[in-house]
Design a protein around this ligand. Structure first.
Ligand SMILES: Nc1nc2c(ncn2[C@@H]2O[C@H](COP(=O)(O)OP(=O)(O)OP(=O)(O)O)[C@@H](O)[C@H]2O)c(=O)[nH]1
Ligand SMILES: [Mg+2]
Length: 344
């Protein structure tokens, strides 16, 4: 076999198709670090993706997400499905930190060729973590994993954005965290397809389940509607009949440390996948994902283009003017746009 050139896009792509782990790790690094190879790799791999079911697992810090992901991955392996895992940890300043913690928790998964785990913390450029996460998920999808699980801490908008790019989103709660309130604040309840109340061995599970049940009964608007009307591009497409297909998020109790409830959780994820396929929502979600992604990339590309046109002095003086309240930020932006873009 000719030697693998880890800095050749063609070599990486063909090795990836052969299930080469080093090639996969290196491809992800290129994408994550946005190297010169990132674009050609993404362009080649994109058409090969689209087969994996994407599962987002999100929730407040310490609710047991990583432990749960570990168990869910093992359950999938028992069902003969391969699993790619991306753990996004925006709170850690070093990817090494995230890697270490998750390595310890997911240690028993290492060495299984049907499992691939990647932790990522920050991307040192404008591209942002959400986009980097989506890119890494796409690479794992293209590499042929049956299921790709993304763990994010549900603390902010970008994490919610990452979670909302999944086909099935599992929101993890735990008793005694005051999580219910935090979840509402962060807007992660609306994106839940399944609730896992983890640490069900702890006191207060019933209460947490009850609070979630109550909130569901209050009837939060349909997730699709929120996504459609909230944050996406104004794109026209036929909508499935929302009324005839309603998915009510199940609330499942799990004890991740004892591998209790994992089977039911995986069953629920698979049921949700079937529901999405049968109702036409899968296609809709894929379109929503495309819209989100286009929007994220467009936003970053436009910002970068504009920043390239600006001189440092121009930007500095405008920043100072805003800080000194000589001009408001909206007018400042308008000024920049007027000077540097051609409106049609
Ligand atoms: N009692 C109990 N402890 C659990 C359970 N699941 C996880 N834990 C413990 O909770 C702690 C946090 O677990 P993690 O899996 O790291 O939680 P996480 O949500 O991934 O944490 P971050 O990624 O830091 O937000 C660990 O000490 C786990 O052993 C459970 O079902 N019951
Ligand atoms: Mg974790």
């Amino acid at each position: 076999m000719p030697e693998l050139d880890l800095n050749s896009s063609a070599d990486l792509v063909s090795a990836l198709a052969d299930g080469n782990r080093r090639a996969l790790a290196r491809t992800i690094s290129h994408v994550e670090n946005n190297t010169k190879l990132a674009q050609p790799l993404l362009t080649t791999l994109y058409p090969q993706a689209g087969h994996a079911h994407l599962v987002g697992i999100t929730g407040s810090p310490g609710t047991g997400k990583s432990t749960l992901v570990n168990q869910v991955a093992r359950e999938y392996r028992r069902r003969d499905l391969s699993v790619g895992i991306v753990a996004v940890d925006p709170t850690s300043p070093f990817s090494g930190g995230a890697l270490l913690g998750d390595r310890v928790r997911m240690r028993d998964l290492a060495g299984d060729p049907g499992i691939f785990i990647r932790s990522m913390a920050t991307r040192g450029n404008l591209g942002g973590l959400a986009q980097a996460g989506a890119d890494v998920v796409m690479v794992l999808d293209a590499a042929g994993f049956d299921r790709v699980i993304v763990e994010t801490v549900g603390v902010g908008q970008s994490e919610v954005e990452i979670a909302s790019t999944a086909h099935t989103t599992v929101v993890v709660e735990a008793p005694g965290f005051g999580d219910e309130v935090q979840a509402i604040k962060a807007g992660i309840l609306e994106i839940a397809d399944i609730f896992a109340v983890n640490k069900a061995d702890r006191e207060g599970v019933e209460r947490t389940v009850m609070v979630l049940q109550m909130m569901l009964n209050l009837g939060s608007p349909d997730r699709q509607q929120i996504m459609h009307h909230g944050r996406m591009l104004p794109v026209d497409w036929p909508e499935p009949d929302f009324d005839s297909h309603v998915w009510t998020p199940p609330i499942l109790e799990t004890i991740a440390t004892k591998n209790q409830g994992t089977e039911s959780l995986v069953d629920a994820i698979e049921e949700h996948q079937s529901y999405l396929k049968q109702s036409g929502h899968l296609e809709l979600r894929d379109r929503l994902r495309a819209a989100t992604e286009l929007r994220m990339i467009l936003r970053d590309a436009l910002l970068q283009r504009l920043l390239r046109q600006l001189s440092k002095e121009e930007l500095t003086s405008l920043v100072n003017a805003v800080a000194q309240r000589k001009i408001d930020p909206y007018s400042a932006v308008q000024k920049l746009l007027d000077a540097h873009t051609h409106s049609s």
